[in-house]
Write a protein that binds this ligand. Structure first.
Ligand code: MG
Length: 309
């Protein structure tokens, strides 16, 4: 039996202390400790994820569930159940066999580089070929694999991609990311739908906000695509979303390469500490105005830059 959940921060130290004398071997990479008690192996990862393994894993885990309940009012048993539901949710086959237009975006969690949004039309007659190419489980594809795959998809599937450059992004007043996404999704969808008379059965969007909110964000837009099916984990439910996700990622990676070439240094993805270092370097060598051309300036990373007075 294996049970895992994310421990609350205020219980972490307590757990580490509790298992201090029960540590049985070197902890695996990214783990804080690995311990054994009465046949149950307990591993706490740096991310806060704790895993109980063994015949009586539930008994050992329960002690912590009780603490979570009393100190943090968290019902871990329910959380685990909901999580499971979430996983089952990706096994929703109702829409797999439809010809559809799907849209997805990338770059919203990356400090450097643009936001890229794509809408594409995927005919169901192309499904077998796309699966053969390996586009299923697009979330698991490496960047390398996507770079190889995307040119074929770009040729095969009608699509519209919009790249929001950083200069334009940084002119935003409120930096409401969901609003930015809504506007961009709507834009690529309209452009694609007006391009040709595609025989799509559904328009599917990888959901990032409640539908009501999505349409609120679009208030005042001259044209709004309304008949959208919003799905979580949509890339698993219809290939049009997976295709859009891969094409978006492709253009994003190409843009990142361009930036890296221009500044003759590796411009990292994400928003972690290597990104902070790169931001500092760009700031030192080129200044803040230049940084505004290649980074999302409202991200916390900007605040971490040590500025000379
Ligand atoms: Mg998405």
């Amino acid at each position: 039996m294996t049970i895992s959940y994310k421990i609350s921060d205020n219980l972490k130290d307590e757990m580490i202390k509790y298992y201090e004398d029960l540590k049985n071997e070197k902890a695996p990479q990214y783990a804080n400790f690995k311990a054994e008690e009465g046949g149950t192996v307990i591993t706490l990862y740096n991310s806060g994820k704790v895993v109980f393994q063994g015949i009586s894993a539930d008994i050992d885990a329960n002690m912590w569930f009780d603490l979570e309940k009393h100190r943090n009012n968290r019902d871990i048993t329910k959380e685990i159940k909901d999580n499971q539901k979430d996983k089952d949710d990706s096994k929703d086959y109702r829409y797999v066999n439809l010809s559809a237009i799907g849209s997805d975006e990338v770059g919203t969690g990356d400090y450097f580089g643009p936001i890229v949004v794509t809408a594409s039309f995927v005919d169901k007659k192309d499904h077998a070929h796309l699966i053969d190419l390996g586009i299923k489980d697009s979330k698991k594809l490496t960047d390398e694999k996507m770079l190889k795959l995307a040119p074929e998809l770009i040729k095969m599937c009608p699509h519209v991609t919009y790249i929001l450059d950083n200069k334009t992004y940084n002119q935003n007043k409120d930096f409401n990311m969901n609003k930015i996404k809504a506007i961009l999704h709507n834009k690529v969808l309209i452009t694609l739908i007006e391009k040709d008379n595609y025989k799509y059965e559904k328009i599917i969007m990888d959901q990032f906000v409640y539908p009501k909110k999505y349409f609120e964000h679009l208030e005042g837009a001259p044209k709004i695509v309304k008949d959208i099916l919003f799905l979580t984990k949509a890339e698993d439910k219809n290939l049009s979303v997976a295709v859009s996700s891969i094409i978006s990622r492709y253009y994003f990676l190409k843009e990142m390469d361009k930036i890296s070439d221009k500044y003759k240094m590796n411009i990292p993805k994400g928003a972690g500490s290597i990104v902070d270092e790169a931001a500092q370097k760009i700031y030192n060598e080129y200044g803040l105005d230049e940084l505004k051309n290649i980074a999302k300036i409202n991200f916390k990373n900007t605040e971490k830059i040590k500025r000379e007075n």
